[in-house]
Each structure stands twice: as C-alpha cells, then as structure tokens.
Design a protein around this ligand. Structure first.
Ligand code: SAM
Length: 283
C-alpha cells in the first residue's frame, strides 16, 4: 500500500468515515520523498524511535523498515482501525494511544528500547504543540541521540537560529543549549492533505552530551533568557529590568562590569555573554 498516494489516503480515510480535526494539527503527508528522507536521517537498525502523531502511518512505516523498534504515540483513537491496517504487520512497531505531552517518555524509553543502542524522536509534529513539545523533550534530558521533526518553516528558523543573530529568541537559546540544531530541508505546503497555509521544514536537533557553556544556576539562566527576549525592541537593560522587576542600575552595572555596551539588545549577544550576565546578576 502506497501511503503517500493521495487516492490511497483518501480511500483509507473515507472507508472509516474519518474527518480531519484541525485542532489536532491533522495535515497528512502525501509526498513520497519526504518520509524516507526523514527516517534515513533519524535512525538506523540499532535505533529505537519514538514517533509522535503517526496519523495513518506514512512515516511510521518508513521508520519501521529502518529502525530496530518504533513506538508511535497517537492521540486520536479514531485512527486505530486505519493504523491496524497500514502498520499492524510490522512486528517491531507498537502504537500507543495517548497524549505525547502527558506520557512518561523516560519510562517508555526504559521499557521499550532497552536493547537499542540509541533512541531518536521522529515526527511530523502537530503544529499546535511544536515548541512546548520540543522544549519538554529537551528539558527532560531524555537519553536520546536526536530529534528529527517537521515543523512550520518559520518555527524551524526560530528554533535553529544562530545565537547572536536577529532571528534568535529565547527558544533558540534553549535549543542550542541542549542540542546542535540544523535545518535539513523544506517541504512545500502542497505535500500535505489538507494543505496548510504555510510551508514546513524538517529540522534535526543532535542532542549534546553537555551544554556548550556553563552557568551557575540553570533555572535562573533560563528565566533571565526569557526576560531578555520578552520585549524584543527594547535594550537588554530595559526588557530584563521590566520583566524581572529588578533595578535598571543593577542590570546596567552587570553589563559595564563585563565590558558590554549598556544599550545592547539581547539578540546581539552570544550565549556565553548571556551566561556571564546571568551569573553576574543571579549567582
Ligand atoms: N505522521 C502523519 C503524517 O506525517 O502524515 C501525521 C502527522 S499530523 C501533522 C499530526 C498527528 O499528530 C495527527 O495524527 C494527530 O492526530 C496527532 N496528534 C495531535 N496531537 C497529539 C498529541 N498531543 N499526542 C500525540 N499525537 C498527537
């Protein structure tokens, strides 16, 4: 069965009377080239893969052909009959019906992938949970090798932005702290059924063994980073003092002490400089 053929997809869906739920980010891939490339980038025969949102199983089947084991988490129970038909024959693949934001992934990895050399997360992500899900995967410090996911093109640019450039925001700092991000390729909106309003990109986050900088208080650092980018048009002194309700002079003095211009904007600083300011203010 060719799961990226639009007629096959339509016929599978209509046999089950399936209607797309926009609220679940249900845009299914109907391009034959994308899933093999994603699966190839994410895993090999020693990898256990967590897929989030298998839909009708188009990416799942490509992962199942290449990975040692696949555990795919799908929130929409209406897809069960279709998934039984499309990927039920893969003995290395299990579909877990539940919310990927709520499932204990550390436990899932320990339970399902004990015999795998590495673990990856691979998905065409439902757009409404892109950032919270990626942040949760990173912050949990799961024992994973990479996160290879399709996200909206704009989100990809923000997530993978180099720190110290205009595109960077708080989420880019967090992503680069936990991983080495890369945009692999872009995917046109016409490659989906139904077609969304925007194009997408596949990104890969290679998880770091340790962060690229050291901070004295990680929690304080991320609170500071959120404040740094909360009011993007303002100088760092203004946005940080406003957002964290601290004295402007205190922030100004921290910059002067580090030899950083006091009218600097957060987007003009490297992660190392941001860490030094945070340490200076909060450690
Ligand atoms: N992988 C399929 C593909 O590429 O065609 C479907 C991708 S579609 C963009 C997103 C999928 O995620 C849908 O199947 C949707 O039901 C599922 N989904 C939405 N929210 C979810 C959640 N919180 N946990 C798990 N799956 C979810």
């Amino acid at each position: 069965m060719n799961l990226s053929d639009i007629n096959t997809v339509k016929s599978l869906l209509s046999q089950e009377g399936f209607a797309f739920k926009k609220s679940l980010g249900q845009n299914f891939l109907i391009d034959g080239g994308v899933c093999p490339m994603m699966a190839e980038a994410a895993c090999d025969g020693d990898t256990g893969v967590i897929e989030i949102g298998p839909g009708i199983g188009v990416l799942t089947s490509e992962l199942a052909k290449r990975a040692k084991r696949v555990a795919a988490i799908e929130l929409d129970g209406r897809l069960k009959k279709i998934l039984d038909k499309t990927v039920g024959g893969f003995t290395n693949t299990e579909i877990i019906y539940g919310d990927a934001m709520k499932i204990d992934l550390k436990k899932l990895i320990a339970d399902k992938f004990a015999d795998c050399k590495r673990v990856a997360v691979c998905a065409n992500l439902p757009y409404y949970i892109t950032s919270p899900l990626i942040m949760s995967l990173l912050e949990q410090r799961l024992p994973i090798d990479n996160i290879t996911v399709m996200v909206q093109k704009e989100a990809a640019e923000r997530l993978c932005a180099e720190i110290g450039t205009r595109e960077a925001g708080a989420v880019s700092v967090a992503v680069s702290y936990y991983s080495v991000p890369n945009v692999l390729f872009t995917v046109d909106r016409d490659c989906f059924l139904p077609s969304p309003k925007v194009d997408s990109s596949v990104i890969q986050l290679k998880i770091r063994k340790s962060p690229p900088i050291s901070v004295k208080d990680e929690q304080a650092f991320f609170k500071f980073i959120r404040a740094c980018f909360a009011q993007r048009r303002k100088t760092l002194v203004n946005t940080v003092s406003n957002s964290l309700n601290i004295d402007r002079e205190r922030v100004r003095n921290a910059l002067i002490k580090l030899g950083i211009r006091e009218d600097v904007r957060s987007e003009g600083l490297t992660m190392e400089q941001l860490a030094l300011i945070s340490d200076n203010l909060f450690a």
